[in-house]
Ligand binder design. Structure first.
Ligand SMILES: CC(C)(COP(=O)(O)OP(=O)(O)OC[C@H]1O[C@@H](n2cnc3c(N)ncnc32)[C@H](O)[C@@H]1OP(=O)(O)O)[C@@H](O)C(=O)NCCC(=O)NCCSC(=O)C[C@H](O)C(=O)O
Ligand SMILES: [Mg+2]
Length: 376
């Protein structure tokens, strides 16, 4: 373990100084594209401004005989595209034990290091994987004369990675965030789902047998599908919050089931994730909508802030107790809303509501819908 005194020192002579805080640019939707797929790649320039992150994927889902084409394609796209202020460029490199990753890192940092915001590293097992990437990136950045450090994002997709999640999150000042990789993780854990994320009809709880009924065990009983990913996402969120980095859901492979996709994204949002991956254009709007607070939540949060005055004590609002702690919850919502509104004019417009009165009348609480007492 590095001494805390050395933690923010560059790991190579001439490398840019590490950041002491992770930039909190919007990253509700990390849109994956395959740079070796000409049709998909051709769509990328037009997607700038419509997604928070465009991610050139070099790992799984890119055929082995297309790995070099994908790398070369990403370099060409990055050089030819102006990503502006509202869209970041990320990449997912091949896994650290693969024959491609060294060329991925050396090529991308030297050719387009000035354009790359974040490198996603798959199948991270422990802090040692991050330490390796950290030093190598510092050397490559120094060689390329970069002035801004490239950040690192780890995917949790092995049991060992999950067991080491806190150490991974805190392994380097480059750490930007963590994503869930449910497909690889399911395989590594020997889970018995063959789906890419999402629920499973067999993972459920069942209502008790009804009383006083013959053959009660076989009587009709309600069942409730449970979330296979709750434990991992919650652990990931805690590890990220502890280290001041960001948590993301990952892929939802059932592209056609946009309703279940939205449910999975919303669960992650409610648990503390700031964004998710989109694999297909149809998932982009879902992700942007779900990972942006609703106008109702923002309006409610503003009412609580106003009602709480100096921020201490307890008040009643719409029959509910609000105090210092619920104020902090509301501040989380408002900070996110402000951050998103700063780069998304539609959200700025949506959130531009003020309390109609300061006596608590009008409006409604939290998730109960917008109140009539809220005016522009
Ligand atoms: C999933 C797909 C293979 C589906 O592609 P396709 O069959 O072409 O879908 P459509 O016909 O519906 O496409 C309609 C048009 O949209 C374009 N398209 C499709 N996907 C994208 C995209 N991601 N970005 C931009 N444009 C896209 C098509 O070209 C069609 O265009 P047109 O014909 O002109 O109308 C495909 O969507 C896909 O490959 N998506 C990315 C998959 C991916 O990145 N997978 C890796 C991440 S998930 C993972 O790795 C698991 C994880 O690590 C874990 O362990 O859990
Ligand atoms: Mg994976």
């Amino acid at each position: 373990m590095r001494s805390p005194k050395d933690f923010f020192a560059p790991l190579a002579v001439g490398a840019p100084a590490p950041l002491t805080q992770v930039p909190s640019r919007p990253s509700r939707v990390i849109h994956f594209f395959d740079p070796s797929n000409a049709k998909m790649a051709a769509k990328v320039p037009a997607m700038v401004g419509t997604v928070d992150v465009l991610l050139g994927n070099l790992e799984d889902a890119v055929k082995a005989d297309k790995k070099e084409a994908a790398r070369v394609g990403l370099v060409a796209i990055a050089k030819a595209t102006d990503f502006g202020d509202s869209t970041q460029l990320w990449t997912r490199v091949n896994s650290l034990d693969s024959p491609w990753v060294l060329d991925d890192l050396t090529t991308l940092v030297s050719e387009i290091g000035d354009k790359l915001d974040v490198i996603m590293v798959p199948k991270v097992q422990g802090p040692e994987d991050i330490h390796y990437v950290d030093r190598l990136l510092a050397q490559l950045e120094a060689k390329a004369g970069l002035t801004r450090p490239i950040l690192v994002h780890a995917i949790l997709e092995t049991a060992r990675g999950v067991a080491n999640v806190e150490a991974i999150a805190g392994a380097s000042p480059r750490m930007q965030g963590l994503s869930l990789g449910p497909a690889d993780l399911a395989a590594d854990r020997r889970m018995k789902t063959t789906r890419v994320g999402g629920g499973h009809p067999g993972y459920l709880v069942r209502q008790d047998p009804p009383a006083g009924v013959e053959d009660a065990v076989n009587a009709p009983r309600a069942t409730y599908q449970q979330d296979l990913w709750h434990y991992t996402i919650a652990r990931m969120v805690d590890a990220c919050a502890m280290h001041g980095i960001f948590a993301y859901y990952g892929p939802f492979g059932d592209i056609a089931d946009v309703v279940a996709c939205e449910d999975q994204f919303r669960n992650a949002f409610l648990l503390g994730c700031v964004g998710t991956w989109s694999l297909h254009p149809v998932q982009i709007e879902i992700a942007k909508r779900v990972f942006s607070p609703s106008a109702e939540d923002v309006a409610h949060a503003r009412r609580v802030v106003e009602a709480m005055g100096d921020g201490t004590g307890a008040v009643m609002l719409d029959g509910k107790m609000e105090d210092d702690a619920s104020l902090k919850q509301c501040q989380v919502m408002l900070e996110l809303a402000d951050r998103l509104a700063a780069s998304d004019p539609a959200l700025a417009e949506l959130y531009a509501v003020q309390p109609a009165s300061s006596d608590g009348s009008g409006g409604s609480g939290g998730d109960e819908g917008a109140g009539a007492g809220w005016v522009r």
